[in-house]
Design a protein around this ligand. Structure first.
Ligand code: PEP
Length: 258
């Protein structure tokens, strides 16, 4: 069975001091929860500090973005090589980057390829906008995003995909467990066609979009959903802990039953 993952995307929140306080509060408690990969993705400036704070624990670290060149005159950017010694995961193609920073499918693809080359594990975000959802184009959109993001990726072993409908991110209007399960099942089918059944069955596919301690159970009890990418609720220690704890309990129960 796939190990579930809960990843917290802190977005552009927390100073170094605030990040230190939040991790110091959460890490000892997160460390005790088993059978879930617990990943936190603070802003770049806090990665080194957080890396030290989580050392020796089971909590893992991710970045929120990466550039696709290794080094050079790209003012303000961070390269995969810089991240490789610092963290294990990197979020790529988040809809906020596509929307506010004009990231195209081609750029997302270059970032995925560069991250994999550097040994980072990408968390690729895909998902449709509200008008696309309302027009019944969800499957078409995620198919196109998968195709463009994964061009030239021969063997996406360490890749994680987060299905994040744009209309659900930060809106408090989450998809239903059933809706998310259907689309994630569809994405798994596409991965099987692009690669193989084995790769599709091994790959972790997350849901993201207004996940809270009150609705996480609805998602992680679905057979296709392997956890969540959590934004707002990952900044509140009690919420994030509860999300991770419920995921561990539900998935352990389901694996005993199967
Ligand atoms: C996200 O940032 O990926 C996200 C899902 O945000 P939120 O949980 O706040 O909707």
């Amino acid at each position: 069975m796939r190990v579930p993952m809960i990843a917290g995307n802190w977005k552009m929140n927390t100073t170094i001091r605030e990040a230190t306080a939040l991790v110091s509060e959460m890490c000892p408690l997160l460390n005790q929860i088993e059978n879930v990969d617990k990943v936190i993705c603070p802003p770049f400036i806090s990665l080194a500090v957080v890396k030290e704070l989580i050392r020796g624990s089971s909590v893992k670290l991710g970045a929120q973005n990466v550039y696709f060149e290794e080094e050079g005159a790209y003012t303000g950017e961070i390269s995969p090589l810089m991240l490789a010694n610092l963290c294990e995961f990197v979020i790529i193609g988040h809809s906020e980057r596509r929307q506010y920073f004009n990231e195209t499918g081609e750029m997302v693809n270059k970032k995925i390829l560069a991250a994999l080359r550097a040994g980072l594990k990408p968390i690729l975000c895909i998902g449709e906008r509200l008008e696309e959802n309302e027009a019944g184009r969800t499957e078409e959109i995620v198919t196109e995003q998968l195709r463009s993001s994964l061009a030239g990726v021969d063997y996406p072993r360490s890749l994680i995909i987060a299905y994040e409908p744009v209309w659900a991110i930060g809106t408090g209007k989450a998809a239903t467990g059933q809706q998310a399960n259907e689309t994630i099942g569809f994405i798994r089918g596409k991965i099987a066609k692009l690669y193989s059944d084995e790769i599709a069955q091994d790959m972790r596919l997350l849901y993201g979009g207004s996940v809270t301690a009150d609705n996480i159970a609805e998602f992680v009890q679905q057979p296709e959903i392997d956890g969540a990418l959590v934004g707002g609720a990952s900044l509140k220690a009690d919420q994030f802990l509860s999300i991770v704890k419920q995921t561990s309990e539900i998935r352990s129960r389901l694996s005993e039953e199967s």
